[in-house]
Design a binder for this molecule. Structure first.
Ligand code: SDX
Length: 436
């Protein structure tokens, strides 16, 4: 970051001395006011619950322009990545800053492939769960459990250890997600098969059985890979910020990623794809497109607590570019599977059309986000609704670990420790029990 020639001056109406603060510029996007010395100089904190106007770090990984609806991974537009490279190339890009050349691509693919198995002991963790446990609860446990196998061999201050932890996490997440699924349906776990692509291997571990050879459908394989690319990273979203804050204590990277899985589960964040599909199914059950108007009235009634899941975003005040690409993938997959007339896809497109013409949504700049169509395409692939967020976590693992490693690799980083505006009871004495 570079010092701007502009400065910020904070003055107070009560005559307290004004404070000057430096302004820094990034390569693109808003400048920042450096308030690190504010408390020392004024005895005051800034106040920004939800961090609407707060940059928590500097990063060179992902840039979002919410007004333009633009998303860049290391400078490359998501539209170009989603159509020209695969997920492992995207992982290489996010982790190392560059797309791989042919030699690097082969080496990276081989490295990841050689780490796809998990320790045989991992299967016994699943037995503690009921078969109907939510896969995100299982996944939070499994990812956290990985730290038990690597705690002694992971010195996060060693760049090589950080690199192998990243590879292990990227490589093992598909295996763990598939295990969570197989456990839920009571089928045997499938071991990774190293001659398949990353996405093909995941599909086989999910839908293959020991009883017959599994044939990867190339259209589904490509769609799965694109879903992974679209979910790979997204700047300082809630789960990435969780991973950074958790990792800032120096904890094991596997434990920090488990914290990210837990945060992503929330319906306001990664859990929105599951919530969106359930919302579409509810509307469909109640009568489908004919009920959309009534549903929209509920959404606009603040007291209903009903939100149009898959719509709206803290940063995008325009169409989420990932939603457009996801809709395209939806078309391709539904066509390939002969499901062009999928009622939920029709319903979703009708909902989107009505919302984008409705003043409530236009005024609030609410557009479809990545979660609006992702559930429809995953459902068509055969992924159960309660596993959608697990797929999101699988794909976002590379973003989480890239952001964590970027933070740990910054010599200036400190443990994150926000302050507060205290509104509780002032100091008072404990009274004896008979006087309370
Ligand atoms: C992801 O941060 C990321 O980058 C996340 C993510 C990633 O890749 O990591 O992009 C992934 O989490 C996408 C978002 C998925 N969540 C949903 O689809 C859930 C539904 N969306 C909302 O909950 C909401 O839009 C948020 C949480 C996504 C954003 O909320 P904000 O930025 O805190 O905005 P807000 O809740 O203050 O909403 C502003 C206004 C409010 O109305 P008013 O108070 O102005 O009258 O818009 C309304 C909200 O009530 N609003 C909605 C709405 N989203 C916002 N009204 C109806 N339906 C919605 N979906």
């Amino acid at each position: 970051m570079k010092l701007a020639d502009n400065k910020a001056t904070l003055s107070f109406s009560n005559g307290s001395p004004s404070v000057e603060m430096p302004v820094y510029q990034g390569n693109i996007g808003p400048d920042v006011i450096d308030i690190r010395k504010l408390y020392a100089q004024t005895g005051m904190f800034t106040y920004d619950p939800g961090f609407l106007s707060t940059a928590s770090c500097q990063s060179g990984i992902t840039y979002i322009d919410g007004d333009k609806g633009e998303l860049l991974y290391r400078g490359y537009p998501i539209e170009q990545l989603a159509t020209n490279v695969d997920y492992l190339d995207t992982c290489h890009l996010l982790l190392k800053g560059e797309l791989p050349n042919k030699t690097e691509q082969v080496a990276f693919h081989k490295l990841v492939t050689n780490h796809t198995m998990v320790n045989e002991q991992m299967q016994f963790f699943l037995r503690g769960f009921r078969r109907d446990a939510h896969p995100m609860a299982v996944l939070t446990g499994l990812v956290g459990a990985l730290s038990a196998f690597y705690h002694d061999s992971t010195d996060i201050n060693n760049p090589e250890h950080r690199e192998i932890a990243a590879i292990r996490l990227i490589a093992k997440m598909p295996t763990l997600v598939a295990m969570a699924y197989k456990y839920g349906v009571g089928q045997p776990f499938m071991y990774p098969q190293n001659d398949l692509s990353y996405s093909g291997n995941f599909l086989r571990m999910m839908f293959g059985t020991p009883c017959e050879e599994y044939k990867v459908n190339p259209v589904i394989e490509r769609a799965m890979d694109r879903i992974f690319i679209l979910h790979a990273d997204h700047e300082q979203n809630a789960s990435t910020s969780t991973v950074r804050l958790c990792g800032s204590s120096g904890t094991n990277p596997f434990a920090a990623i488990a914290a990210g899985v837990a945060c992503l589960w929330g319906p306001a964040h990664g859990g929105a794809n599951e919530a969106c599909l359930n919302m579409l199914e509810d509307i469909q059950r109640q009568g489908g497109v004919s009920k959309v108007g009534q549903f929209m009235e509920q959404v606009k009634d603040k007291n209903s607590g009903v939100k149009l899941m898959g719509f709206g975003h803290r940063v995008y005040k325009n169409y989420d570019p990932r939603a457009k690409l996801m809709q395209e993938t939806c078309n391709e997959v539904l066509e390939a599977l002969g499901l062009e007339n999928d009622p939920l896809f029709k319903l979703a497109k009708q909902l989107e059309k009505i919302a984008l013409e409705d003043d409530y949504f236009v005024q609030r700049k609410l557009y479809p986000n990545v979660d609006f169509y992702s559930g429809i395409v995953q459902r068509a692939i055969g992924i159960p609704v309660n596993l959608f967020t697990g797929i999101f976590a699988l794909a976002r693992t590379v973003g989480w670990i890239a952001q964590l490693n970027e933070m740990i690799g910054d010599p200036e980083y400190k443990i994150g420790r926000p302050r507060q505006l205290f509104t509780g009871s002032v100091k008072r004495d404990v009274k004896p029990l008979d006087q309370r």
